[in-house]
Design a protein around this ligand. Structure first.
Ligand code: ADP
Length: 221
């Protein structure tokens, strides 16, 4: 996927300013930056949800995970998943729920689950929806550390199976170091840092005080 001279203005504010970025297929890129830096706008542009100047090429079909699960409250978990499948031959929703540790909960409703369980369903649903690019906007920020750990591991596992391109927005350098091949930092709508994450995969959650000193520096500047 390629961003070519992408600019998005809201009145006088440039949420994105002349962004030229290429995201390698099959890799996970973390997009970081302070609040208001343009991260969500970048994802919205990739998903084609907003008009903007410039072009985004090669995003293909996109699938999204948000900060909260956004499940449909009046549908069971299995139906929430079936809802996004173009034509279900049967069994996929059940298999997907089992995959994220929710076997036997097919007939539960979203309000019967904890926040972390709902986010598991959202992630399973996003991976199952046929897509070329997965866009995740702060998917772990409302979760406690244990859940964060298990969901980061889950995303790696699912990514290994699908090998899709992932853009992952976070404000947390630890999350970025654990779950990306590359980190991009935005500041006031511009790219101020863009480099590979050097730690080999799989990452060790417990010793992941990231080695990316320059990344920490640019984020604390
Ligand atoms: P981030 O996700 O990094 O917090 P955003 O992409 O949400 O940043 O926002 C980037 C800038 O664009 C901010 O200054 C924000 O106030 C502005 N902005 C975003 N969405 C809108 C909107 N719908 N209307 C007006 N301004 C917006």
């Amino acid at each position: 996927m390629k961003f070519i001279s992408v600019t998005k203005k809201y009145g006088e504010t440039a949420a994105l300013e002349n962004i030229d970025l290429e995201f390698e297929s099959g890799k996970i890129t973390a997009v970081l930056g302070e609040s208001g830096a343009g991260k969500s706008t970048l994802l919205n542009a990739a998903a084609g949800l907003i008009p903007f100047e410039g072009r985004v090429e090669g995003a293909g079909r996109t699938s999204c995970v948000f900060q909260t699960a956004k499940l449909l409250p009046n549908l069971t978990l299995a139906d929430n998943i079936r809802f996004v499948l173009p034509k279900s031959a049967g069994g996929e929703a059940e298999a997907a729920l089992a995959r994220v540790g929710l076997k036997g909960r097919e007939k539960s409703y979203p309000h019967e689950l904890s926040g972390g369980e709902r986010q598991r369903v959202a992630i399973a649903r996003a991976f199952l929806y046929p897509h070329d690019t997965l866009l995740m906007d702060e998917p772990f920020s409302s979760l406690d550390l244990a859940l964060k750990k298990s969901l980061i591991e889950l995303v790696w596992e699912l990514w290994r199976e699908t090998g899709n391109t992932v853009l992952f927005v976070t404000h947390d350098v630890h999350e970025a170091a654990l779950l990306s091949h590359r980190a991009v930092v935005l500041k006031k709508g511009r790219v101020v840092y863009d480099a590979p994450v050097s730690e080999p995969v799989p990452r060790d959650f417990f010793r992941a005080q990231p080695a990316e000193e320059k990344l920490i520096k640019v984020l604390t500047d």
